[in-house]
Design a protein around this ligand. Structure first.
Ligand SMILES: Cc1cc2nc3c(=O)[nH]c(=O)nc-3n(C[C@H](O)[C@H](O)[C@H](O)COP(=O)(O)OP(=O)(O)OC[C@H]3O[C@@H](n4cnc5c(N)ncnc54)[C@H](O)[C@@H]3O)c2cc1C
Length: 560
């Protein structure tokens, strides 16, 4: 037995979309977006909420309980997963983000991410297949030759072809340059040999075939710096024995999502884009996947805060003897609920703002504006990925606290949420790597995104307490620029915390202007005020920690 997740009210997302940064411009960017009046947006979100409640939420339990199996060299998904996938495909959900030229509905990214939130709120493991499908499509659209696009993109949009991102290897996780998988050019084309591990949906029974987006060394092995190129392995070309599943992992969470070790042995592959530019090109896919982690984190954070809120309204403890009050009346429970719900609202606002910026970076007419929006997306990417991961885990843990003993049991969905959420700060680049990436690539090497953010947030935040937080962010950035590399690396995580605080602060300041009398707008204003009330003290702490650098690490000597 397990208690239900309250059904998602689509007006929450609709109101957020309407209030999000420059959404009014985004819907005018392309012809296919022009149909998106308010009623159409709400109708799409309503359909998503219905599918989530009727199909995905019951599946979530089955996927968690049964997991996946490797039998006869093939991965078998949990009972009900295939039927749910068929319904997902029949309803056209895989195609919403894909280009119209290749059979997609070509809806704007913010709406697609709002839909993803609703699905992931009900069943995060289910989303582990559609995300690489649509991310692979963007990669292939950006770099593949015309015939490859024709062969792959319509099948991806139709949901009949699975997709993976194959980067990790046993000896190459964060450090991609250690990879050993080799690509060899032959008179009959490229052949790939090697093992990739932890590949999500590396095999399954939901689609007949899969396209694997693989990074491999295309040099002869003697180069000190490996030449890494991007390939696709299409199982329709490679044949049933072209990619072998060596094992699947037993995991803490996301039991319904197979995590596979794949072996390639002289497997036919197609080079995509420019030889030696594989990693740089792969960032098109990685960018989409990191934004999707943010949406997945939001889905989990939202389910946890919604369960906590509805439980707290029902559960009676404390108050006068014989007449216990609902626990939501207690100040300490309200404090916890406010933290959970405010985080969820701010994460949703941030994710949608970034999605709008990504649309503007791709399609706005003015080249300088495209560049500015692109720099903002680059600045926000590690922030959105990490904030999504942190909110998911913190909210799942916080919801267990609100539910007390019940929250720790399998009767309520929050214990699964905690297990599912844990990996978000590990895959798609750990939080430590995101922090280093933010500081080194997006502050020290080129701070155009940071400068654009500071200007925009100062303009939107005015005299609110956000102004002081932005000053501290700027000061931390210049202090770290001048610091030793040891101090930079040691201060990177605190700097990322400060950047997340400031980015959510920007969203909070914009929320304060949400004018509607509806409940969604009231929630936004409440979340905004709560965040800004505490922003200065928290910013001062992270600023100090960022600039402390490696000093506190001397204490590690005692353990080294
Ligand atoms: C459920 C799941 C699904 C996955 N799906 C996929 C997939 O579909 N495709 C795919 O390619 N991979 C996938 N992965 C792999 C995932 O991307 C890696 O686990 C992740 O990139 C981290 O690599 P690692 O596990 O080798 O950790 P390591 O790189 O060994 O890192 C261990 C720790 O050291 C830290 N660290 C490492 N290097 C540095 C450094 N230079 N500076 C500071 N700190 C550092 C890290 O932050 C981390 O805390 C998946 C993993 C899981 C668990």
């Amino acid at each position: 037995m397990r208690a239900d997740l309250p059904r998602f009210d689509p007006m929450r997302s609709a109101e957020h979309l309407r209030a999000s940064f420059r959404f009014d411009e985004v819907v005018k960017l392309r012809e296919s977006y022009a149909v998106l009046d308010e009623a159409t947006i709400v109708a799409i979100l309503e359909q998503a909420a219905a599918f989530a409640t009727d199909t995905l939420e019951p599946l979530n339990r089955a996927m968690d309980a049964h997991g996946v199996e490797l039998r006869g060299g093939r991965v078998h998904t949990a009972p009900g997963h295939r039927e749910a996938w068929k319904a997902f495909v029949a309803n056209g959900w895989p195609s919403i983000d894909h280009e119209a030229d290749y059979g997609g509905q070509q809806l704007p990214l913010p709406l697609c991410l709002a839909v993803q939130e609703i699905f992931d709120r009900a069943c995060p493991a289910f989303g582990m297949l559609p995300v690489p499908q649509r991310s692979a499509a963007r990669l292939i659209a950006a770099f593949a030759a015309g015939d490859i696009k024709e062969a792959l993109l319509p099948a991806l949009a139709a949901g009949s072809l699975g997709a993976t991102i194959c980067i990790s290897e046993a000896g190459a996780g964060s450090d991609v340059m250690q990879m050993r998988t080799r690509a060899r050019e032959t008179p009959d084309g490229w052949r790939i040999s090697g093992e990739k591990c932890w590949i999500s949906f590396g095999d399954h029974d939901l689609t007949d075939d899969i396209v694997h987006c693989v990074l491999a060394r295309s040099d002869d092995g003697s180069a000190t710096r490996p030449e890494i190129s991007l390939f696709v392995v299409d199982t329709r070309v490679a044949g049933p024995d072209g990619v072998e599943v060596l094992r699947i992992e037993e995991k803490l969470g996301l039991h319904g999502s197979p995590t596979c070790t794949l072996a390639f042995d002289e497997t036919p592959a197609t080079l995509i884009g420019e030889r030696g530019r594989g990693l740089a090109q792969m960032f098109v896919m990685i960018t989409q996947m990191r934004l999707a982690v943010s949406a997945m984190g939001l889905g989990i954070a939202c389910s946890a805060s919604d369960v906590a809120l509805s439980y707290a309204r029902e559960r009676r403890q404390g108050g006068k003897p014989g007449n216990p009050q609902p626990i939501v009346a207690h100040a300490d429970v309200r404090r916890q609920l406010l933290e959970l719900t405010a985080r969820t609202e701010l994460l949703r606002g941030l994710m949608l703002n970034i999605a709008n910026l990504a649309e503007l970076a791709a399609h706005v007419a003015d080249a300088a504006e495209r560049e500015r929006c692109g720099a903002l997306v680059q600045w926000f990417l590690p922030i959105a990925k990490t904030f999504g991961a942190d909110c998911a885990f913190a909210n799942a843990s916080g919801a267990i606290q609100v539910l007390g003993g019940a929250g720790y049991t399998a009767e309520w969905p929050v214990e699964q949420a905690l297990r599912d959420a844990r990996v978000l700060s590990v895959f798609e680049g750990t939080s430590g790597i995101q922090a280093i990436d933010l500081l080194h690539r997006r502050v020290i090497r080129d701070d155009a995104g940071l400068q654009a953010f500071l200007a925009q947030a100062r303009a939107d935040g005015g005299e609110t307490p956000l102004a002081r937080c932005l000053d501290l962010l700027e000061a931390a950035a210049s202090g770290l620029k001048a610091a030793s590399s040891a101090d930079q690396d040691a201060g990177a995580t605190a700097f990322l915390e400060l950047a997340m605080l400031a980015s959510a602060g920007w969203v909070a300041a914009r929320f304060m202007a949400a004018a509607g009398n509806d409940q969604a707008s009231a929630r936004m204003r409440g979340a905004g005020r709560y965040w800004l009330d505490r922003i200065e003290a928290r910013a001062a702490l992270y600023h100090a920690e960022a600039l402390q650098g490696a000093t506190p690490l001397v204490h590690f000597e005692a353990f080294a």
